[in-house]
Design a protein around this ligand. Sequence first.
Ligand code: KIV
Length: 277
Amino acid sequence: MREEAPYGGAPQNLKRVRTRHFQNAKRTGIKITGLTSYDQLTARIFDEAGIDFLLVGDSAANNVLGYETTLPVTVDELIPLARAVAGAVSRAFVIADLPFGSYETNSDDAVHTAIRMMKETGAHAVKLEGGERSAEQIRRIVDAGVPVMAHIGFTPQSEHQLGGHVIQGRGAGEDQLLADARAVEAAGAFAVVLEMVPADAARKVTAELSIPTISVGAGPHCDGQLLVWTDWAGLTQGRIPKFVKQYAQIGQTLREAARAWKADVEGGVYPGVENSY
Ligand code: KIV
């Protein structure tokens, strides 16, 4: 096994993607790929496909548990999902999200939650939302030996404060975006998600930071791209954000399969002799 590709980045024959491969990718311009995953079946498939990191996002609140926003999901609800994902991969770097309410109150709470996530799931890093306001929490978690992916721009856990799903970093907001980016880098984050910010603002942040930027609707200039797998694969029902490109229509495929099976059962076609003992 080669530890490093000649060009840097995270080569396919790596045994395990590490934080240093995120850094190499930034240096060499190799794009980093990430998808969310909430279960062992998709985790294994995405890992085999060579996706560099899997995020057990608090978007599981909407996509697994059926909550309207990400706010209600708890640490106890995310832990079994993160354990399933971390246990299923061999190459991908697994990041567990810290849910709303589990790290904001003080940095002791943040360290406690991060350590729980690492001990009880086998994830390789944690992610939390917020720039300047979360810098102390990031610093304390990193000091405890846990890599942190930061998340700035549109932060879904603050959607009520932000007035809904609103693009961040526009106009005067660009200065705050840059300040947030500098703060999380200085606090020791190994990478930062930029969600729903104009491509030009993301370009400036990416040029200024020495840690990689990961775009979720932040355009092509970031060092990597991350999407919510259920949006990307056509499983999510309802509104899909403009920045998502769908690479499959799994929802339609499942609907057609369910209809065909129901018709076969009702018509006496299933089970056939070949499906019976
Ligand atoms: O939970 C999640 O899926 C996320 C991404 C949208 C960044 O935080």
